[in-house]
Design a protein around this ligand. Structure first.
Ligand SMILES: [Fe+2]
Length: 246
């Protein structure tokens, strides 16, 4: 069914992600968020991710109650569709799913009611903040996640521009027990020079635990191949691989 994919020749890549091994942030389940739209697109991206050096993918659809009302059942159903397609295409890859939870009222309600939340290994909860306006209580909210027995992992801290003038916020969050996940493309100027500068600062201060592709479309993966001008991928102690055996 997907035999058209096998005719593609491998291109020489500048960046190899073998050292990272496991990707913990992407949008590869078709039709349930702003990521891929079809299962064929998912398969094409999974093949590209293998080519880049990933052997294990934990994909993380958005849960944003105003736009993407994804429940664990919806995500599990989508994961099955992707896995079935990988099996049909004889693609050897370990694909799992968690979620990227936007911190909104619904999230806080799910957390307080003890509803099922999909996590990364080690009960890690991938969460994102609003892009334009800061939450009134970022620190308290992340602390509330810890208090419920989850390990908060803040997605792409470098992209919250309102923190660019006060980067010490991240030192405080890490000291409080939050883990940070930087996007691969933030190592380049893809999201703008200020985001790149913030990512570099976080890495220089050794505040980052994980790297994520946050891949929504093939174009993101194409750009990863030439994004690492400062060599962080080969020298920084990202913790991604430690998640595989947990
Ligand atoms: Fe994302």
């Amino acid at each position: 069914m997907l035999s058209w994919l096998f005719g593609k020749s491998k291109t020489a890549e500048i960046v190899q992600l073998d050292r990272i091994g496991i990707d913990i942030h992407s949008h590869l389940i078709p039709g349930i968020d702003d990521g891929v739209e079809t299962v064929e697109e998912s398969i094409e991206m999974i093949l590209k991710m293998k080519e880049l050096g990933y052997s294990h993918i934990i994909t993380t659809p958005h849960v944003i109650w105003d736009c993407y009302r994804n429940t664990p059942d919806i995500i599990r159903q989508g994961l099955k569709q992707v896995r079935d397609a990988c099996r049909d295409a004889n693609i050897e890859v370990n694909v799992q799913a968690a979620a990227e939870y936007f911190i909104d009222e619904h999230f806080v309600e799910m957390l307080s009611k003890g509803e099922e939340l999909l996590t990364l290994p080690g009960k890690r909860l991938l969460v994102e903040l609003p892009y334009s306006t800061p939450l009134m209580n970022t620190s308290e909210t992340l602390f509330g996640i810890l208090a419920k027995g989850y390990q908060p992992v803040l997605a792409h801290p470098e992209r919250y521009t309102y923190f660019h003038s006060q980067p010490e916020v991240f030192q405080k969050l890490v000291a409080q027990g939050c883990e940070l996940q930087v996007n691969v493309l933030s190592l380049s100027s893809y999201y703008g020079p200020n985001v790149q500068k913030m990512a570099n600062w976080l890495l220089e201060k050794q505040l980052v635990s994980f790297l994520g592709s946050d891949a929504h479309k093939m174009g993101h993966l194409d750009m990863i191949s030439k994004c690492d001008k400062n060599g962080w991928l080969s020298k920084y102690p990202f913790q991604n691989e430690k998640l595989v055996s947990k």
